[in-house]
Design a protein. Structure first.
Length: 259
């Protein structure tokens, strides 16, 4: 079983401030992510879920605890090793797309590769395959201002996956999309997860988006509150959605005033 674990989060805490101004964003969270899993992380605003994702991405450093990717402690990475981790081992999909306006969709997608010394020609095959899977072949030479929100997010998804990372971190990927484009994006991500065994960890408020996952962790006030697993062979997505909504109703609002 250990061989299957790609990510281990062990007793992670994150504290902001000191004394009376101290805020505990994460309070000793522990869980594993298996290779090829589609894991959702849910909770009220301020529950700590984005803080957790940013700790995994090394955007912020935990106060205590360990995060291991493929048995390597990410807190130990420095310099080039840290750059390689951020550029090659993880892909990050942002809520607001974060595309560069002066670059075409194609240039935005291959930017991570060019930053790590891979030529455009080497990237072309992977780019074409991703463009087909995400249905963005016809917009590769357009600029972000010429794209719809759904197209922008699928371009951003291609950028997150172009370096074939070990794990894709998605922070509210449907948060800026309407219901139709949200469904298109989630259908594409779920297909990539299933067909390529691509590991995805997604923070979301959206029960519809979460219903595509194979497992959901619910966080309340910086602690794990509940876990749901979907029986992928026998449970319909609609039934899993209903179970998610039930737990969300039990969760209510968190009291911690942090992201």
């Amino acid at each position: 079983m250990n061989i299957q674990r790609i990510l281990q989060v062990d007793s992670v805490t994150k504290v902001y401030g000191k004394g009376p101004n101290k805020t505990e964003a994460l309070r000793g969270i522990s869980f594993d992510v298996l290779n090829g899993e589609f894991l959702g992380i849910m909770g009220a605003s301020g529950s700590g879920k984005t803080t957790l994702l940013n700790c995994i991405a090394t955007m912020i450093k935990p106060t205590s605890g360990k995060i291991l990717l493929k048995q390597n402690d990410v807190a130990m990475f420095k310099g080039g090793q840290l750059a390689d981790y951020r550029g090659k081992e993880i892909g990050y999909l942002f809520q607001e797309f974060e595309l560069l306006d002066n670059m075409t969709a194609r240039e935005n997608i291959i930017l991570p590769l060019s930053l790590h010394g891979m030529t455009g020609r080497q990237a072309e095959g992977e780019l074409e395959a991703l463009a087909r899977r995400l249905d963005i072949e016809d917009v590769l030479d357009k600029f972000p201002s010429q794209l719809s929100g759904g197209q922008k997010q699928r371009v951003a998804a291609a950028r997150a996956m172009i370096s074939n990372p070990s794990i894709v971190l998605a922070d509210e990927p449907t948060g800026s999309l309407d219901s139709k484009n949200s469904k298109v994006l989630m259908d594409k991500l779920a297909a990539i997860n299933k067909e390529q065994q691509k590991t995805i960890v997604m923070v979301t408020h959206d029960a519809n988006a979460a219903s595509y996952c194979s497992r959901i962790l619910f966080i309340q006030d910086g602690r794990l509150f509940h876990e749901l697993r979907r029986d992928l062979e026998n449970e319909r997505q609609e039934s899993f959605y209903e179970r998610i909504v039930t737990v969300m109703a039990q969760l209510g609002g968190g009291s911690a005033n942090v992201l």
